[in-house]
Design a protein around this ligand. Structure first.
Ligand SMILES: *Cc1c(COP(=O)(O)O)cnc(C)c1O
Length: 402
């Protein structure tokens, strides 16, 4: 393959297609009435959005900007799944008026819906409710929120969910058609999704819900050694859901993000300098921790090294080399490369499994957005050029003179 100017992301289209197919095959086999809502926040690279759209995914959006991006990229209002605490009233109304899917997150949104329903008495509005429930109790040590509660939706344990349901049921032309149960976990285990499905059943029974859909949200694993893959989740989910629901009446919605795009995405960087300071070898690269770990939470990286010449066996081994980024921040260090061949300018370090929460969280800090390529067969096709200062200054005013 040709040697391109680094740094850049590369998405292997065949691997992506394989993951998409693995997801839909497993859903079809286990619950043959399903919908995929692709999580925009995980990575809304326009090419990726177009890819999942072509494959039948709806757009799962959590802000007005994401909603407008989805519309700009060709999604109809009926193909939107609108979630999260920060919707705008105008987009909320547009999606509901067109029959799209909105999962209510707050009392404010119930007030918006009440107003909308009053203004359009002849139309029936179907909505979903995001349930906030104690997943940690069912899966100790596995959730992101831990002992503290999650921040989203209406809390089941405190009666807020019941109260919201009561308010909605009192509006004559509103129908509670769906449950949204997204919960983030550290473990991303099959047990988490079994517990989420169980919660859907418990809520259905306790409140006598007649649901057109159950939305499990996202948070699956994909492409990680020794961890679950799509075919592991949906038999367990279907086993639980079938106790209270049937595929002919209730659709299963999933909102994958990182699990679809991790495995297919790599970030290619080059060494441009090395330096020794007080006995420490620093290897300076043109990629940054901000490109692949903007939230600074990763403790290890999957990577491989491509030496500019040879395979490294002819090189001296070094006990420790600190692989660092190009920024002027001291914390911009990716990992310690121990007992390994000495690295030189021109060598490449390729990070794997970097599709989710990287491009979408990449700041415009010191260097602008890197290029993105698609690997198709043996060629690389550019789908985003590197951003330049021209991109950066668009929409700004250079002088306030009239
Ligand atoms: C973040 C999020 C997702 C996607 O999560 P992944 O971990 O990327 O799969 C799906 N749905 C909602 C509501 C989210 O907030």
């Amino acid at each position: 393959m040709e040697k391109l100017q680094t740094p850049y992301f590369v998405i292997d289209e065949a691997v992506l297609q394989n993951y998409y197919r693995m997801l839909t095959d497993s859903l079809r086999q286990n619950w043959n009435n399903f919908l995929v809502g692709y999580s925009f926040k995980t990575n809304s690279l326009p090419w990726l959005v177009s890819f999942v759209k072509k494959n039948g995914a709806y757009a799962e959006v959590v802000s007005e900007d994401e909603y407008l991006l989805a519309r700009r990229l060709g999604y109809q209002n009926q193909e939107i799944i609108y979630n999260g605490p920060y919707k705008s009233e105008s987009s909320f109304r547009e999606v509901l008026l067109a029959g799209g899917c909105v999962n209510l997150d707050s009392r404010m949104e119930i007030a918006w819906l009440t107003r909308l329903a009053t203004e359009h008495p002849a139309q029936t509005f179907s909505v979903g409710i995001r349930a906030n429930f104690d997943l940690e109790k069912m899966c100790p040590g596995e959730t992101t929120m831990g002992e503290e509660s999650g921040r989203f939706g209406f809390c089941y344990e405190t009666g807020k969910f019941a109260a919201a349901l009561q308010t909605l049921r009192a509006i004559p032309n509103v129908r509670v058609a769906g449950l949204h149960l997204h919960s983030s976990s550290k473990s991303r285990s099959v047990g988490i999704f079994r517990s989420i499905a169980r919660t859907a059943c418990r809520l259905q029974q306790e409140f006598d819900l007649s649901l057109s859909y159950v939305d499990l949200g996202g948070g699956y694993c994909g492409g990680m050694e020794g961890r679950p893959e799509y075919p592991d989740y949906f038999p367990a989910v279907a086993e639980e859901l079938s106790k209270c629901f049937t595929p002919d009446r209730t659709k299963l919605i999933v909102e994958p993000g990182i699990s679809l795009i991790s495995k297919c995405t790599a970030f290619v960087t080059s060494v441009f300098d090395t330096r020794d300071i007080k006995g420490t070898r620093y290897v300076m690269t043109d990629g940054s921790r901000f490109n692949i770990d903007a939230t600074m939470i990763k403790t290890s990286h999957l990577f491989h090294v491509l030496h500019e010449k040879g395979d490294g066996s002819e090189r001296a081994s070094m006990p420790r080399q600190i692989i660092s980024g190009y920024t002027c921040m001291e914390c911009d260090r990716m990992f310690s490369y121990d007992n390994s061949p000495e690295l030189f300018p021109g060598d490449r370090i390729v990070y794997e499994n970097v599709g989710g929460y990287t491009m979408s969280l990449n700041p415009l800090f010191i260097q602008y957005f890197p290029a993105v390529y698609i690997k198709r067969n043996d060629s690389l096709i550019q789908v985003r050029r590197k951003w330049t200062p021209e991109d950066y200054i668009q929409g700004t005013t250079l002088t306030e003179d009239a």
